[in-house]
Design a protein around this ligand. Structure first.
Ligand SMILES: *Cc1c(COP(=O)(O)O)cnc(C)c1O
Length: 375
């Protein structure tokens, strides 16, 4: 028995779509499959505009450019997140300001945000961990009162909602990932959702390497030229072709992941009741996409013991983020605001279990192996 932590799920039509792109002979970015994916994202989420990128990291970098950050400007985000959430803004010379997370969702603690705001604060970046929404009403209210931009890191959040609204569409912008470890995939891939129309024109030029090529293509200008900062953010049409096959199956992929997630959740209810572990908490009003199943162990040693016991059975379970506030680059480029009890504890005690379509047949083995070693 060998059970990996992740196994990319192919829906079956990916190569067929790629063959179509090949047949058409158009392989660069911005082709028919790119348009189809973007239209689907706009319809699915209700975003004003969706632009495919080659990663969520790239989408966050676009958002940082659009925020027009100056060196020394500050961006508030959780310490418990992936590197790109901070790095995209640090690349612009901005200072990531880290705050602690909530104990229940492991998302940014919205009650700590105001204390971290200074006259230099420009952006708040909520990260929807495990596809479970941050407390967006409070965050948008704080942003409104302090005139801040909100860029949602919704890398894990496609098909999740907050009070009925798709993640990535509540802030001014939202970034999605289609990395092979996410639910809907293209190997590498991402998208920037633009919700505030004020950023649409800027987003288009940034996406087109800083040129007004879109206006040229539409006949609005007679030559295209360099008009702003930008870069090469578009995925090839081959990637978009692959992705389009996946998004056609987004509903069924989400359903199948929910079945797996619910199996785990039921199986560990008793252990939680006995105080041996803590299961994920989904607050009222959050519709989640079953991106991840994790357990919070009471202590770091317990997690270590389970990871190694599972490893002996060739089951690959893993920990997650190393806090950014105490990382070498976090200390060099960022600032820690307040204390990080929850971040540090979760970083040491959180255990992620295998979660992929196709695991159904072997999921019982994972559950049994965890239960055998949990007491
Ligand atoms: C996966 C992930 C990213 C990075 O996504 P890429 O598409 O690999 O660039 C950023 N933030 C979070 C929270 C993620 O989970």
């Amino acid at each position: 028995m060998k059970i990996g932590f992740n196994k990319p799920y192919m829906v079956g039509k990916e190569l067929w779509h790629i063959a179509q792109a090949h047949h058409r002979g158009y392989l660069a970015g911005g082709g028919e499959f790119t348009r189809l994916c973007q239209r689907w994202l706009e319809q699915q989420t209700g975003a004003e505009m969706a632009l495919l990128t080659h990663s969520c990291t790239a989408a966050l970098e676009m958002a940082a450019l659009l925020a027009d950050l100056q060196p020394g400007d500050e961006v508030i985000l959780p310490s418990y997140t992936f590197v790109s959430t901070a790095n995209a803004f640090a690349l612009r010379g901005a200072v990531p300001v880290f705050v602690d997370i909530r104990e229940d969702t492991l998302n940014i603690d919205e009650n700590l945000i105001e204390a971290a705001i200074t006259p230099k604060t420009k952006v708040i970046v909520p990260v929807h961990y495990a596809g479970v929404a941050c407390e967006m009403d409070t965050i948008m209210d704080i942003a409104g009162r302090h005139n801040l931009l909100v860029v949602e890191d919704a890398a894990q959040g496609l098909m999740s909602t907050y009070k009925g609204r798709p993640l990535g569409t509540i802030g001014h912008m939202g970034a999605l990932s289609f990395h092979e470890t996410k639910n809907i995939i293209s190997g590498e891939g991402g998208a920037l959702l633009i919700n505030d129309p004020a950023y649409i024109e800027g987003a288009e030029t940034t996406w087109e390497k800083g040129t007004n090529r879109k206006k040229y293509n539409c006949g609005e200008v007679d030559k295209y030229t360099w008009v702003s900062l930008g870069s090469s953010y578009q995925p090839s049409e081959l990637i978009a072709a692959f992705l389009y096959a996946q998004i056609e199956e987004a509903e069924s992929i989400t359903e199948r992941r929910h079945d797996l997630w619910n199996n785990y959740h039921r199986a560990f209810a008793e252990a939680e009741a006995k105080g041996l572990t803590r299961r994920p908490i989904i607050p009222h009003g959050c519709g989640h996409n079953a991106h991840m199943y994790y357990l919070l162990m009471p202590e770091a040693d317990k997690r270590k013991a389970i990871i190694s016991a599972l490893s002996d059975k060739e089951i690959h379970a893993v920990f997650h983020y190393i806090p950014l506030h105490s990382s070498p680059a976090g200390k060099r480029y960022g600032r820690a605001n307040g204390t990080f009890e929850v971040t540090d504890s979760v970083s040491q005690c959180l255990l992620r279990l295998p979660m992929w379509i196709g695991l159904e047949d072997q999921q019982r083995n994972v559950i049994d192996a965890v239960l055998e070693n949990i007491s």
